[in-house]
Design a protein around this ligand. Structure first.
Ligand code: PXL
Length: 277
């Protein structure tokens, strides 16, 4: 038997199961890669104290990473919510000691419900220490805007310019996601030479919690399986678009995407892809 490829996530735990580590592991499993997790913080709002982010110690993060690397190792790795400067620095240091070549950095900053998932002093560390190591970074529009000192991003042309400018931070690829545009969900992938546009139809739903996490986890899974970056992104966008199509909610709150949708119902949409110089 051929063993499954190995994918690791360094991210926050989202107790509701839609986002963070939980979304990553569900996505890994759906795509038949062996999933591992390093929890950086537990996210869950305390009903009395209102505290939402409960960080792990650096020691606990080092312990998880050492254990997962020793027991299994990784073909690809993603980072999600890292929260603090210290966690970003230890993540960059730990990754620097491995030979993991495929690194997806999802620069998670705020959750769908506006919870703050990155400390203010962490942005410089993200730019200087982690992004230069990345195979690909996957900012959404607010994250791209924040990484570019608050610039307005409101159109496909703005996504393209943002991808171009974010490439200067040193990752091999930049994927700027246009999920918040009006009209179709267009993302722009840039490798320093070629712009690849990926378009999915706009799905009329509010149940998209964890969509970004699941998208970057799917990219990580396909990279672990040996897909080239462009193909990994196309397959991942298809996976997440299908998951969003079948998104649901158990109550009146914004609900999760359906991670099993592609397996159960097949691909819901074809992703349109075109390129330009
Ligand atoms: O979707 C962003 C996100 C990432 N990671 C964790 C989260 C969230 C959103 O709530 O809780 C842990």
């Amino acid at each position: 038997m051929q063993y499954p490829a190995r994918a690791m996530t360094i991210a926050g735990s989202a107790s509701g199961g839609s986002a963070g580590i939980q979304a990553d592991l569900k996505t890994f499993q759906e795509l038949d890669v062996y999933g591992m997790s390093i929890v950086t913080a537990i996210v869950g709002r305390h009903p009395k104290t209102n505290k939402n982010v409960h960080p792990m110690t650096i020691e606990a993060i080092e312990a998880q990473f050492a254990t997962a690397m020793q027991q299994v190792g990784a073909d690809a790795l993603k980072t999600g919510m890292l929260f603090s400067k210290e966690v970003i620095e230890i993540t960059a240091k730990l990754l620097g000691q491995t030979d993991i070549k495929k690194l997806v950095v999802d620069p998670v900053m705020v959750g769908k419900l506006d919870s703050k998932l990155l400390a203010d002093d962490a942005i410089a560390a993200l730019k200087e220490k982690l992004i230069p190591m990345a195979t690909i970074i996957t900012p959404n529009m607010p994250e791209a805007s924040f990484l570019l000192d608050g610039r307005n991003i409101a159109s496909v042309a703005d996504l393209k310019q943002a991808a171009h400018d974010l490439f200067q931070l040193g990752s091999k690829y930049v994927l700027v996601k246009g999920g918040r545009l009006d009209g179709p969900a267009v993302d722009v992938l840039y490798d320093g030479t070629l712009y690849t546009y990926l378009e999915a139809p706009r799905i009329d739903t509010v149940n998209t919690s964890g969509a970004g996490c699941s998208y970057s986890a799917a990219i990580t899974a396909y990279l672990a399986k040996g897909e080239p970056v462009e193909e990994a992104v196309r397959l991942a966008k298809s996976f997440v678009t299908t998951a969003i199509t079948y998104g649901f909610s158990y109550n009146k709150m914004v609900g999760p995407t359906y991670h099993a949708a592609e397996r159960k119902f097949g691909e819901a949409h074809v992703i349109k892809v075109w390129q330009e110089k």
